[in-house]
Design a protein around this ligand. Structure first.
Ligand code: GLU
Length: 502
């Protein structure tokens, strides 16, 4: 069993879809907090909504955590002393605790039907009041209960707020580590349901029972849950146990107008970013800065630095806006920081997925060539997936000339003749290396008294199809003599064919 002073934090994702960036950010704050304090990070699956939960979604969440490098000390797959860590496997535990509360007078069975409750709600609406359950079943006699049972009514269990709190008056104070003290009036709360009539716990109840049994010391979650916290405090009171410390972290916003980040603002699934070729290190760095700052200067933090520096006192109170440009900038930096060999490893899956290479066909020689290509791309990639756009012409001869390349550079007078001369020239360059290639081409430009761009751009379009890309001389060297000459020839034929047969 854990030491009593040990920090224990958890995330409790609902497996109803992919891992949302906001959840990943909250997970990261928990993980960093645990690692900073040498504590435990626990994953608990909040799947009491059985209809919306799925195995695939559990897997997606765990995969996303793994990809981001957030290892968990207790939870699915790894187990732990306070398991099971999947709420649907803990139903007996919630039922037992609910029963205990009923026996202690802190909760009661409620037999009101949906129709009866709807009628009460309607009544409240007519009077312009918010609906609060009036406690109709709070003091049922055993006979009344028996009658309802005989009628076949399935009861819910409601918390007896007055009994839990000890009075109908007073303030429930959340001593929040980020927001400071936040007060709620006990009067605001009715006897809310903790167990549904189908025997399932509600979120607030299952959460409290688990946070208590799993010895959670700090609940760090998004501020949208702040309104749940007083209810949870009431449940702790009813159970007669100390609540953990709370920290409500600001929401990740989709725009400066204050809405929560959603699909309308761009991709929200962590998996999407992985598939697009964002690096986990860049994502971590980016997510950490959504709500936390060290000072105004530093932008780039390694995971080790984050663990060392992260604490709740530097988490801000206001929401932070998701800014893809910032992520793109960071990702670019992280790609550039990767040693060439690692960067090459990282782009191979993307080239493979595009059908440009087959991993099993990468000989040592081809590997060296690949590294040179990646080197030639230099700092142009924003995501690893960009490799395809920048380099596909190295892997296939099947490409078209871009509309701009054709219009601006290839379709100019004298270009076929010029390409013919360049072809002759390159046929004789020895050795076929970038330095020699450059010398030959610059000599040609000078001899003709032309502007360099008027020679280099048509060549580029002829051999790559595009107007932008890695350095021209490197590109020529990496394509090799044969393919370069073949492509120049193809462009010449194409251009001549067009002029002869418009
Ligand atoms: N399932 C809830 C969520 O993912 C858990 C909230 C909590 O941490 O208590 O938002």
């Amino acid at each position: 069993m854990g030491r009593t002073d040990e920090v224990r934090v958890r995330i409790a994702p609902a497996p109803t879809g992919h891992m949302h960036l906001g959840n990943a950010r909250t997970a990261l704050f928990n993980w960093l907090f645990a690692r900073h304090h040498g504590g435990k990070f626990i994953v608990r699956i909040d799947d009491t909504d059985l209809e919306r939960s799925s195995e695939e979604a559990v897997k997606a969440i765990l995969d996303a955590l793994r990809w981001l490098g957030m290892d968990w000390d207790e939870g699915p797959e790894v187990g732990g002393p306070y398991g099971p860590y999947i709420q649907s496997q803990r139903l007996d535990i919630y039922r037992e605790y609910a029963k205990k509360l009923v026996e202690g007078g802190k909760a009661y069975y409620c037999y009101c039907t949906k129709e009866e409750l709807d009628a009460m709600r309607e009544e409240a609406r007519k009077r312009g009041r918010p609906f609060k359950y009036p406690g109709k079943c709070r003091n049922l006699t055993p006979e009344e209960r028996e009658r309802f049972e005989r009628e076949g009514r399935r009861p819910t269990i409601r918390l007896n707020v007055e009994a839990a709190w000890g009075s109908r008056e007073g303030k429930i104070v959340v001593h929040d580590l980020v927001l400071g003290d936040v007060e709620f009036d006990v009067k605001e709360f009715d006897d809310f349901i903790i167990m549904k009539s189908n025997g399932m716990p509600v979120y607030n109840f299952a959460t409290v029972v688990d946070d208590y049994l799993m010895r959670i010391t700090h609940v760090i979650r998004a501020s949208e849950h702040l309104s749940n916290t007083p209810k949870q405090i009431l449940i702790y009171k009813a159970l007669g146990v100390e609540p953990p410390k709370f920290a409500h972290v600001p929401m990740v916003l989709g725009s400066s107008k204050g809405e929560k980040l959603s699909k309308r603002h761009g991709a929200v699934a962590v998996e999407w970013y992985r598939d697009q070729g964002y690096l986990p290190e860049a994502m971590i760095n980016f997510l950490a800065r959504l709500g936390w700052s060290y000072d105004d200067k530093e932008e780039i933090f390694t995971v080790e630095e984050l663990i060392e520096k992260f604490d709740l006192d530097r988490v801000g109170r206001s929401g932070s806006v998701f800014d893809i440009n910032k992520l793109n900038w960071l990702n670019k930096q992280y790609i550039m920081m990767m040693p060439l060999s690692k960067r090459t490893d990282a782009v191979i899956p993307f080239l493979e997925r595009a059908g440009l290479i087959k991993r099993e066909e990468i000989t040592p020689e081809k590997r060296r060539w690949l590294e040179k290509i990646v080197e030639a791309v230099g700092d142009r990639m924003t995501t690893l997936a960009d490799i395809v756009d920048y380099t596909y012409f190295f892997f296939t001869d099947e490409f078209e000339y871009s509309e701009e390349g054709l219009r601006k550079w290839l379709s100019k007078e004298g270009v076929p003749e010029m390409l013919e001369e360049v072809k002759e020239l390159l046929a004789g360059v020895e050795p076929f290396e970038r330095g020699e290639i450059e010398r030959a081409l610059r000599g040609y430009v000078e001899g003709k008294g032309l502007k360099a761009i008027r020679v280099f751009q048509p060549i580029r379009v002829a051999i790559t199809g595009k107007t932008v890309g890695p350095g021209l001389f490197e590109t020529i060297e990496l394509l090799g003599r044969e393919r370069t000459l073949g492509r120049l020839e193809r462009a010449i034929r194409f251009l001549k064919g067009r002029t002869e047969n418009p």
